[in-house]
Design a protein around this ligand. Structure first.
Ligand code: NAP
Length: 243
């Protein structure tokens, strides 16, 4: 795996961090993007270094096109290629639809959708030249079924799934696979404000009665990296919350 280069956005915490760590341990070359959580990104690098595993960490606000370009340019100048792209960086917000401001809508669109669009555009040019690639977009169950008080968030995730399906059709002949992973409720900072009562409600709706962990998503991402016959799909590890 040493020669496979993986770019993961939003890898300082939660799901992205777990994907980065797990793939690094398997021998992939990792560029782990972060924005605000520099300390956490440094800690991940140091933790892996103890096992003689070296990963790159790279600060870029992927909601900004020029920073996304800087991130991809860095990877391509250093490694000459990106084999696997995981568009994971994202933010969420819980708010009544009628109270969402223009700025909040703009910010969530830029962070969750523009980031994936522009990074993928830059990376796809390289993958097309190489006639090989794997793109994994982290969306959400809420993009599939909609979430009350998260209309803007749900919209961004539905948009990501639309990108997955269209791109899979456009890039298939270049031997590039594009899939979405749509997690259910996963224990990360994004869900830290859920109360025990909230979790109880979620578990009661879930066939497996289990709280999701970042590694539940990582396993699915790893499978999609290895599988060679799956493209354009939205796969949802969600503990049976949405069936
Ligand atoms: P998290 O723990 O809050 O981590 C979010 C990550 O995204 C952080 O590493 C953060 O980096 C990064 N990020 C946010 N804005 C960024 C920006 N502008 N530029 C670069 N990086 C940025 O959340 P998570 O639960 O792991 O979520 C990861 C993905 O899974 C998101 O797309 C989320 O929508 C999706 N998801 C999560 C759940 C869940 O229940 N947790 C469910 C469905 C889908 P910094 O802290 O360094 O800024």
């Amino acid at each position: 795996m040493k020669n496979k280069v993986v770019l993961i956005t939003g890898a300082s915490k939660g799901i992205g961090r777990n994907i980065a760590k797990s793939l690094a341990i398997e021998g992939y070359t990792i560029i782990a993007n972060y924005n605000n959580s520099e300390k956490l990104a440094m800690e991940l690098k140091e933790e892996l270094k103890k096992d003689e595993i070296d990963i790159e960490i790279f600060k870029a606000d992927v909601s900004k096109k020029e920073e996304s370009q800087r991130l991809v340019n860095y990877c391509l100048e250093k490694y000459g290629k990106i084999d696997i792209l995981v568009n994971n960086a994202g933010i969420a917000q819980s708010k009544l639809f009628t109270d969402i401001t223009y700025e909040e809508f703009d910010n969530i669109m830029k962070t969750n959708v523009y980031s994936a669009f522009f990074i993928t555009q830059e990376v796809a040019r390289n993958m097309i030249n190489n006639k090989s690639g794997c793109i994994i977009n982290i969306s959400s169950i809420w993009g599939l079924v909609g979430a009350s008080c998260e209309v803007h968030y749900s919209m961004t995730k539905a948009a990501i799934d639309g990108m997955t399906k269209s791109l899979a059709k456009e890039l298939g002949l270049s031997n590039i696979r594009v899939n979405s992973v749509a997690p259910g409720c996963i224990q990360t900072d994004m869900t830290k404000n859920l109360s025990e009562e909230d979790w109880k409600g979620i578990l009661e709706e879930s066939a497996l009665y289990k709280k999701g962990k970042p590694e539940d998503i990582t396993r699915c991402v790893k499978w999609l990296i290895e599988d060679e016959f799956t493209t354009g799909q939205v796969i949802s590890p969600n503990g049976g919350l949405v069936i």
